[in-house]
Design a protein around this ligand. Sequence first.
Ligand code: OSB
Ligand code: MG
Length: 371
Amino acid sequence: MIEIAQVEIREIRLELIAPFETSFGQTTRRRILLVRVFDRSGVEGWAECTAPENPFYNHEFVDGAWAVLSDFLIPMVLGKPIQRASDVAALMGRVRGNLMARGALEAACWDLEARMRGVPLWRLIGGERQEIACGVSIGIQKSGSILIEKVGQELAAGYRRIKLKIKPDLEQDIVRTVRGRWPKAPIMVDANSAYRLEDAVKLQALEQFDLMMIEQPLQYDDIVDHSRLQQQLKTPICLDESITSAAQARRALDLGSCRIINIKLGRVGGFREAKAIHDLCHSRNIPVWCGGMLESGIGRAHNVALSTLPGFTLPGDVSASRRYWERDIIQPPVEVSNRGTIEVPNQAGIGYTIDLDYVDAITSRKSQWPS
Ligand code: OSB
Ligand code: MG
């Protein structure tokens, strides 16, 4: 039995090592919402809300997540006895959307349950591998030579897949530059919803570059036009933003809107739903991989755990802490071997130690329940 007797949310500020640019904008520093839950016994669990600073990826953003957690979600779980973390999502079922906010509270309860049972989180969710394969996501760069330099660094470091961010009318240059230099490297692109079905010809022009997949070319909530587009492309479409639940994944697969799915813990509302999407895809032979949202170590650790499920057969956007942060908030930081893999930790819960002194030092606001 678990009883969430106490909940704490806080916002921390962390500067990125370098700005990260996508089709929807640039990020230079992160404001990150962290959730900490306590069982009556005093055992704690942690998670990170993946809502960004602004509602440009989907509708969620840090201040909105803060409000919905404070006013609705935390009161729905506080003091409620549950058998296991997989029961938490149902307590928040009346809330529509706000999946990153719900997912953060849910994921914190999974870390809590794993720590209470004394097992690694990845084992608790049903993970099956001790080592996960890693790729990187490379933002839009100022010039082709800078792009070449970045990709070269990541390939030399051992990363197993390179994802290039694209946007309309830069896509040809970006992909040609990298493919021209590395004729065989595993590369893919991510458009973050910057194209429309009428732009199909621009995406067809990328087919010659032997891309592993094109991620989320069309609108963030679309699965119909993606199905039309997939009929016009040999390159697999991978959906990110559009897949918000197992039900939506089923509809997208039935429509032929994609052949690969990027699963993000926050975007789908936590581990329960992420596992359901994974199970559906696994049963239909659809490969999945774990996406990222520029997470600090806590979110990164959750992504490492999620990536151990058997259907995660493609390298994810789960990379080393040092690519993003001078100093991460966990110890040790997430490290990637020269074979492009992360060794999954075996300690209870997320398996990394939270550097609470540092977290406190960079906390800009904090609330707790009961107050
Ligand atoms: O679409 O996958 C995305 C970062 C912020 C918002 C959306 C996305 C991304 C990334 C970065 O691609 C992945 C990472 O955290 O390394
Ligand atoms: Mg994406």
